[in-house]
Design a protein around this ligand. Structure first.
Ligand code: C2E
Ligand code: MG
Ligand code: MG
Ligand code: MG
Length: 292
């Protein structure tokens, strides 16, 4: 009978719980000082127009390199940042840094049509959010049309009334809105078409499905044609293979991003990349950028 193994299992369970809790606590503690210690940075993943091959924008992605904990991926700290309220400062820093960087590039004659910034639900529905966006735009001098905000569909559906108003105000300001990870969560299509949004970003799982089979392909084809019918731009996320890339191009998906096209780039790499690919063909540097 398993009875005499029970205490051992129980202890194991407790220990792993403690490890989890300790890790979380360490992240939380360190995260509180991350901004002031200048441990945060942004990397930029290019997005491409599949029709022309031109760079259509960059998505800013947050990176955190901590002295004690090393590099911690956003998946491990964004949620903690939300739960502790640290996200407000982080989010504002991301917004300002991204806008300032693009303006710096513009001043250097480096053109970039659009910068996308991820905004977490809590941040988005905070009363200060709109004025924070205005501040970031005013202080950088970036035109609102050059900023795209990415939010998830879960947010839209769970806080429909509140978000609809914020979306309208952003739209009035001229800021673009993309629904991130579209299709992964639950969306009411009835509501979706009443919201002032500009773009759907097809979740990586559907792009993955292209390589799986015909049924999976018809799902992504349906999303592309729905977006087109709703007059929304569509960006495919997580394009990793030639096969996926060709499929999306053939099916008239407007834009794409993914490791097949470019990894997220550091500021210096992005600068080099934007100079080089100004008007040229779609560039593919899987795994290693810049080359050589
Ligand atoms: P996301 O907004 O959907 O960003 C795309 C994620 O997929 C990024 O991961 C990116 O590095 C990764 N990715 C890009 N191309 C490929 C590909 O071809 N294959 C695969 N497997 N992955 C690819 P990352 O940077 O680790 O970010 C993860 C998530 O963390 C983001 O998902 C976003 O939800 C969140 N996040 C990142 N930066 C921020 C930020 O500044 N603020 C907020 N609130 N959330 C952020
Ligand atoms: Mg995103
Ligand atoms: Mg996404
Ligand atoms: Mg995501």
């Amino acid at each position: 009978f398993a009875k005499n193994r029970e205490p051992e299992n129980y202890r194991f369970y407790q220990e792993s719980m403690n490890t989890e809790a300790l890790k979380r606590l360490a992240i939380e503690t360190q995260l509180r000082h991350a901004l002031q210690r200048q441990e945060l940075s942004l990397v930029y993943q290019p997005q491409f127009d599949l029709n022309t091959g031109a760079v259509s924008g960059l998505e800013a992605l947050l990176r955190w390199d901590n002295q004690e904990l090393g590099q911690i991926p956003p998946k491990e700290f964004i949620l903690i940042a939300e739960e502790t309220g640290i996200i407000y400062d982080l989010g504002h820093w991301v917004m300002c840094t991204a806008c300032n960087q693009v303006k710096t590039w513009h001043n250097m004659d480096i053109e970039l049509p659009r910068i996308s910034v991820n905004v977490s639900p809590k941040e988005f529905i905070h009363p200060d959010f709109l004025s924070n966006v205005k501040t970031a735009l005013d202080e950088s001098g970036l035109e609102p049309g050059g900023l795209q905000i990415e939010i998830t569909e879960t947010l839209l559906m769970e806080h429909y009334e509140g978000t609809a108003k914020i979306l309208e105000e952003l739209s009035r300001m001229g800021v673009q809105i993309a629904i991130d990870d579209f299709g992964k969560g639950y969306s009411s299509l009835n509501r979706l078409h009443t919201l002032t949004i500009d773009c759907l970003k097809i979740d990586r799982s559907f792009v993955n499905g292209i390589s799986v089979g015909f049924k999976e392909q018809s799902v992504i084809k349906a999303i592309i044609s729905m977006a087109s019918a709703m007059n929304l731009k569509v960006i495919a996320e997580g394009v990793e293979t030639e096969n996926q890339f060709t499929f999306l191009k053939d099916k008239h998906c407007q834009e794409a991003q993914g490791y097949r096209l470019s990894l997220p780039l550091t500021t210096e790499q992005a600068e080099y990349f934007l100079r080089k690919t100004k008007t040229s063909e779609i560039s593919t540097y899987p795994g290693q950028y810049p080359p050589g």
